[in-house]
Design a protein around this ligand. Structure first.
Ligand code: HEM
Length: 489
């Protein structure tokens, strides 16, 4: 195996000096838009990523659209996508509406903060995702994976097809809440929890507002927006109580809990030298606990659901992954931490699913000041949509790009086929690359290892279409899986 092929590369060239601009946004090709609204009405509410990708196939790697009055440069060229991602936070930021909407909810955390505020948070929070901490969370992940197994074993007994996405959402809520603040919601066994329902409303509300052409909620009190405000208030009360309790514990003793057990405790204990300003305030800890819950939940659940989709539709892939799981996970149904790390082919399946079905197929950015992308002048305030998934589907980076070929990640693709892991951008890239990626990949390894050891998996209705749907993250719509208990399990 190529040892480096499974690692995500964030060492993007820092010196990429932009060429002199030869074109403006007005010179670029693009779909025809309407006066005033531009291309807003052309975007399907829950499949707009596919609209952008359709335009990419029609107009090429650099084209322009308009969302309302905002001019947007759309970039699909892998090198240019990486260049834009790298030139953050100085030249590009996340699209400003993301921070504005988050600020209204007092949740400017790592994902939505920008500039110096982001820099400070990233510096303090990144170490909490260090492997030793993530591995410290393993017992919780393993226990919750056991519950998922029990649920699917029962479905197998009853020969019932499962809506696995729903199950995986509850699984990842249980994992992230237990890792983030040490509370096991156990939504897998008990059904929806009030907190989870509030979180779901927050998710939908944030999504709606971030994509709204106008901040209508500031003038109209629609029922959905009132429900969103109430959900935010409840979640905030809940998390701030936990922050206060954890801080009291820390301040009552040494400067950190004897053994920080949760992301929340790690964030409270995080400091950069003795300067009190170089610590996270309660408001910042709150914003980031909520950010972790939102950023870690749907993304991981959707990725796992897509992996099950591929296992169910590709018996050859399933057989090879099972052979590995049986060889590595000896005498147990749930892999240990050590075993999870040795499931190389399963890791390759996850990387290939992320390449083709990234939970975040595009990223919304904005230019802080006048700049250049490739040969195009981009004025301050213009939007930049980075088509990260499109970059990973180009034949010059990944040979036979539309085929699901996990072996390409293990050096198993023919040498004639290009293979450029640095163009797999499902976790983003540059200084803002996803800090939760190792945790997500660990969750994938444990869960898929458990599935392979316990069940055979098939699509409940192979003729029924499974479509991509964009909610907060991109998910499979219509996926139903039938599990069969393995005799050995
Ligand atoms: C398969 C699962 C996941 C996927 C596909 C994913 C994807 C992404 C992507 C594309 C970004 C934007 C990166 C950029 O702007 O360059 C991001 C950012 C982020 N993710 Fe993830 N993510 C996943 C899981 C997680 C988990 C489990 C956590 C935490 C528990 C997490 C926390 C974050 C945070 C805090 C950011 C913001 C980082 C920043 O702006 O500095 N993610 N993620």
């Amino acid at each position: 195996m190529k040892a480096t092929s499974l690692t995500v590369d964030d060492s993007i060239r820092r010196d990429a000096a932009p060429a002199r601009p030869r074109r403006t946004l007005a010179d670029l090709p693009g779909p025809r838009g309407l006066p005033v609204v531009g291309h807003l009405l052309a975007l399907h509410p829950d499949r707009w990523h596919l609209d952008f990708e359709r335009w990419w196939r029609a107009h090429g790697d650099l084209f322009a659209v308009r969302l309302g009055r905002k001019p947007i440069l759309v970039v699909a060229d892998g090198e240019l996508v990486r260049d834009v991602l790298q030139r953050r936070p100085a030249v590009f930021r996340r699209m400003r509406t993301i921070e504005d909407v988050s600020r209204e909810a007092d949740m400017v955390g790592l994902f939505s903060a920008d500039g110096d505020a982001w820099r400070k948070q990233r510096q303090l929070i990144s170490p909490t995702f260090h492997a030793r901490h993530v591995e410290g969370f393993f017992p919780s992940i393993s226990a919750i994976t056991g519950r998922l197994r029990a649920l699917w074993a029962q479905a197998a007994d009853e020969r019932a097809a499962r809506d696995v996405l729903g199950d995986l959402m509850r699984y990842s809520v249980d994992v992230t809440s237990s890792v983030a603040f040490g509370r096991d919601l156990d939504t897998l066994a008990r059904g929806p929890d009030a907190l989870q329902e509030h979180l779901q409303r927050v998710f939908l509300g944030l999504n709606r507002r971030m994509l709204a052409p106008l901040p209508y909620w500031r003038y109209l009190g629609l029922p959905a927006d009132r429900a969103y405000d109430r959900a935010i208030a409840s979640v905030k009360r809940f998390i701030l109580d936990l922050v206060t309790a954890a801080r009291r514990e820390i301040e009552g003793g040494a400067d950190r809990p004897a053994r920080p057990r949760t992301l929340l405790e790690l964030m409270i204990a995080a400091r950069d030298g003795e300067d009190p300003k170089a610590r996270l305030s309660d408001a910042e800890v709150y914003a980031n606990v909520l950010t972790m819950l939102l950023a870690g939940e749907d993304t991981t659940a959707n990725t796992l659901a897509w992996i099950l989709y591929y296992l169910g539709s590709r018996p050859d892939v399933q057989a090879r992954a099972r052979e590995e799981a049986d060889r590595v996970v000896v005498g147990a149904l749930i892999p240990t931490l050590e075993q999870s790390k040795r499931l190389e082919y399963t890791g390759a399946v996850a990387h290939e699913a992320l390449r083709l079905r990234s939970a975040a197929p595009l990223l919304y950015l904005e230019a802080n000041h006048d700049t250049v992308v490739g040969d195009v002048a981009v004025p301050a305030g213009a939007g930049v949509v980075a088509l990260t998934r499109a970059a990973g589907r180009k034949p010059e980076y990944f040979g036979d790009p539309e085929s699901f070929r996990p072996e390409r990640w293990l050096g198993g693709a023919p040498a004639t086929l290009p293979h450029e892991p640095r163009m797999a951008l499902a976790f983003g890239g540059g200084p803002r690359i996803c800090p939760g990626r190792s945790m997500a990949l660990l969750e994938c390894a444990v869960t898929v290892g458990m599935v392979l050891r316990s069940f055979t998996v098939e699509l409940a209705d192979p003729a029924a279409p499974v479509r991509e749907r964009m909610a907060f993250a991109m998910q499979p719509e219509g996926l139903r899986i039938r599990f069969t208990n393995r005799a050995s399990a």
